[in-house]
Design a protein around this ligand. Structure first.
Ligand SMILES: NC(=O)c1ccc[n+]([C@@H]2O[C@H](COP(=O)([O-])OP(=O)(O)OC[C@H]3O[C@@H](n4cnc5c(N)ncnc54)[C@H](OP(=O)(O)O)[C@@H]3O)[C@@H](O)[C@H]2O)c1
Length: 282
């Protein structure tokens, strides 16, 4: 397959390029410098120049707090940009896989969210990402994931390692629950779903759930340091408060994978251990 990956400079995009290449596909990765997805003409031109069999759309404006201050940019990149990519993929007959987020949910539900639960985003980022989801054709693959960390770009795992090494204070909220996900594991599942051209929504995360505090402790422990270095706080104590509200519960049940008999990703503690080892070797 010839695969075009947008957002190829991002933490997931870089793993997607590696994952598709590793599976023997011909990959063209485009980063923001080469393609602004908010520019319809540029998107149509870029996709037609490659004429791919599949497009994986990983470009997004992911700065959740900054989105509150500049909603137009969020809508342009995260919603209008998807419209452009959908149109371009349709023109060349490519299968489209789009990435979205747990932040489309409000977090008020006590149970994990399945793919058929009703989204109700609270933040501008979440609303703009839901707007992007609404642009998809019925045959597209929609992959919602959460709390992603990888070897590239900024993530909570890399932040914890850097701050722990510098002896900085490590305070993380203990009242937001989600599923940590390692970018390489996510990318491998996207390669599989795109290869099978499976339509519909799939929640794809490493298995198990924790809080940001639980994740930070696991990272510190995996780095051979004392988990007691991490202090729990609650969201209401954050000073200053963060501009974008986060869901208290955004645990994603990977129900569509599970009920289709497809393999789930490994448990998050194992995946995070592996990532920390890779980052410390780098
Ligand atoms: N990270 C997470 O925890 C998480 C959780 C759930 C879902 N997701 C979703 O997963 C996907 C990949 O996210 P990620 O973690 O890889 O985020 P990321 O590291 O921020 O990557 C996104 C990439 O998109 C690029 N981009 C921004 N504006 C663009 C534009 N106008 N045109 C083209 N490219 C543009 C960014 O470039 P610059 O860096 O140069 O701006 C960046 O390289 C996104 O759809 C995101 O919503 C991520």
């Amino acid at each position: 397959m010839r695969v075009l990956v947008t957002g190829a400079g991002g933490q997931v995009g870089r793993e997607l390029v590696a994952g598709f290449e590793g599976a023997g596909h011909d990959v063209v990765g485009v980063d923001r410098g080469r393609l602004d997805v908010g520019d319809r003409h540029a998107v149509l031109q870029a996709v037609e120049a490659v004429w791919p069999h599949a497009v994986v759309h990983a470009a997004a404006w992911t700065a959740v707090d900054a989105c509150e201050a500049d909603p137009d940019r969020a809508w342009r990149v995260n919603a209008l940009g998807v419209r452009h990519v959908v149109e371009a993929a349709r023109r060349v007959g490519a299968h489209l896989c789009h990435l979205s987020t747990d932040y489309v949910f409000d977090g008020d539900q006590a149970a994990p969210y399945v793919e058929w639960d009703r989204p109700n985003p609270r933040s501008t980022y979440g609303r703009s990402k839901l707007g992007g989801e609404a642009e998809l054709d019925a045959g597209a693959t929609l992959v919602r994931t959460s709390w992603v960390s990888g070897c590239h770009g900024s993530s909570v795992v890399r932040t914890v390692l850097r701050r722990a090494a510098a002896g900085d204070e490590l305070a993380f909220v203990d009242d937001q629950r989600g599923c940590p996900t390692v970018a390489a594991d996510l990318a491998a599942k996207v390669v599989e779903l795109v290869g099978a051209r499976l339509p519909g929504t799939f929640h794809v995360t490493n298995q198990g759930a924790t809080t940001w505090y639980g994740l930070a402790r696991a990272v510190v422990r995996a780095a051979g340091l004392d988990p007691a270095l991490v202090r729990p706080v609650i969201t209401a104590e954050l000073d200053p408060p963060r501009p974008a509200p986060r869901p208290a519960n955004s645990v994603l049940d990977n129900a569509a994978l599970r009920l289709s008999g497809l393999a789930l990703l490994p448990p998050w503690p194992e995946a995070v251990d592996r990532l920390v080892r890779r980052l410390r070797q780098a």
